[in-house]
Design a protein around this ligand. Structure first.
Ligand SMILES: [Cu+2]
Length: 502
């Protein structure tokens, strides 16, 4: 059990959304947003970010300087079952809308806290603004604060948002992810434990499929079948630019019932920005024990990896989220393990031998995620080589190899510039995508063995909103709610697969 203390500061700012698919585009639209800045202040008695100590007057200038500097989404909050999670809220006020005297709150969505702590202001309270001073002038008194408290019983994918005038403040961007991992104790109570050698057991039976390097933070629930090598937050939201501009200009004529979004976001960004390193990710030198998880949305794993997509919808539209490459298993919804997994666990050894595990799991290739819902999707990056490598590299059944077919297409296009306006062989930005000159590969390169190890890898798969007009930025395709997943060749040694985490 740890005491994790976060400090969040509410204010306004701008984001810059891409308007064209070029991965390093400078053609962008500035959109006014509200949000929270700050982050993890303390774990137990250890101070992580001393600058977040609002009681120290020496910190007031830097705290006040955050006014007007928010982005979206808000800082990621995480902990384990039965941790004591405290979130102190400071209301910096707005930089662009100095006339706005709005309170703010923290509502932890899905957290069964007492109503005093629920952040629904109509049944509790709001936190007033520290001062109306601009960012470079510092108040000579401490900010008024309130500290929210949550003791989670259930692991899973939660989120939080401000609940003041929720229609507007949520649309403006006041939301972030809240992730709860099982604790060693909660796993143990479900019969899952690890011995001193690192070996995992379920009710005393050895579980060789779980690597020794795994910890309690490699499970999404207190269930052996929810093990993952890596987990990824996919926070979905949508933006009606007209509404944001109306808030910026204090235009009273916008009516929320006319909501009509023109941008669709994953972790606060639209494709192609979803491929770029996330600005809120801690540097690689940061203590992984403190950072644990981030908002990166370029999923990068190895063949054979199990990976978890933590889907959550903070937008106002239903998202049919579709994944290429594999079916996913819905291992949880709204912070509760899938009843199918529960049945699997109960059946255990009594399970009919003719019944394959996947037949009693909830597997899909599209999941419909309404506003306020979360889903935990577990994928296994199964190896495609047994079925497809021969055809792609060598050809079969009288068909030439796909590699040679792609080469022919490229030769044809080069010989006929009047017929094509770009290469038919698409360049794929590889992770990490560095701007302004990203590394790319394409499948003619890969066929030629440019990656050295194996001319079948890497594999690249998309996942996207299947309302495909939402895979645009204000109508320009591709954009919006689209991510890429890069799947590398499996590791050849006997060590566990080490998944990339940004
Ligand atoms: Cu608010």
């Amino acid at each position: 059990m740890a005491i994790r203390h976060y400090v969040l500061l509410a204010t306004d700012g701008f984001i810059e959304l891409p308007l064209e698919p070029d991965v390093c585009t400078d053609t962008r639209r500035e959109v006014y947003v509200f949000g929270f800045v700050g982050g993890l202040y303390k774990v137990d008695k250890e101070v992580i970010h001393p600058s977040l100590n609002w009681q120290d007057p020496n910190n007031w200038p830097s705290l006040q300087a955050m006014k007007g500097n928010t982005t979206i989404p808000s800082p990621l909050i995480w902990g384990e079952v039965k941790d004591r999670i405290y979130v102190t809220l400071i209301n910096l006020g707005m930089n662009k809308r100095l006339d706005l005297k709005d309170f703010h709150t923290i509502h932890m969505h899905g957290a069964h806290v007492a109503t005093q702590l629920d952040g629904f202001p109509e049944t509790s309270f709001g936190v007033p603004i520290w001062s109306m001073l601009p960012p470079d002038q510092v108040p000579d008194y401490a900010p008024p604060v309130a500290t929210y408290y949550f003791e989670p019983d259930h692991p899973g994918t939660y989120f939080y948002h401000c609940h003041i005038e929720a229609s507007e403040h949520v649309q403006m961007g006041m939301y972030g992810a809240l992730i709860i991992y099982p604790s060693k104790k909660s796993l143990k109570m479900a019969g899952i434990n690890q011995n001193e050698k690192g070996e995992w057991f379920l009710h005393g039976e050895r579980q060789p499929q779980i690597p020794k390097t795994a910890t309690n933070r490699n499970f999404s629930y207190n269930d052996i079948n929810t093990y993952f090598d890596s987990d990824w937050v996919m926070l979905l939201s949508d933006i009606d630019e007209t509404w944001h501009n109306a808030v910026l200009t204090a235009d009273p004529n916008f009516n929320a019932v006319n909501y009509k979004p023109n941008f669709w976001l994953v972790n606060g960004r639209a494709f192609p920005d979803t491929l770029l390193p996330h600005p809120l990710t801690a540097p690689p030198t940061a203590d992984q024990n403190l950072t644990q998880i981030n908002y990166e949305s370029y999923v990068h794993v190895k063949t054979g990896d199990k990976f978890l997509l933590r889907m959550m919808n903070l937008g106002y539209q239903v998202v049919p989220w579709h994944i290429h490459g594999w079916h996913f298993t819905v291992v949880g919804k709204d912070t509760h393990v899938s009843p199918f997994l529960k049945i699997t666990a109960i059946l255990g050894e009594d399970c009919d031998e003719n019944l394959e595990l996947h037949e009693i799991q909830n597997q899909s290739f599209t999941v419909t995620i309404g506003s306020g819902e979360s889903y935990d999707l577990l994928l296994v990056a199964d190896d495609k080589r047994p079925q497809y490598q021969k055809y792609i590299l060598k050809g079969q059944d009288g068909f030439p190899s796909l590699c040679s077919q792609m080469t022919e297409l490229k030769i044809f296009a080069t010989a006929h510039p009047e017929l094509v306006d770009q290469s038919p062989i698409f360049d794929i930005p590889t992770e990490p995508v560095n701007c302004p000159s990203p590394n790319t590969v394409n499948y003619v390169n890969i066929c030629a063995g440019i990656q050295g190890e194996d001319n079948f890898f890497s594999q690249f798969y998309p996942a996207h909103n299947h309302d495909d007009y939402k895979v645009t930025n204000d109508g320009t395709y591709p954009g919006g709610q689209l991510i890429l997943m890069q799947i590398d060749a499996p590791l050849q040694d006997n060590g566990r697969f080490v998944s990339y985490r940004g």
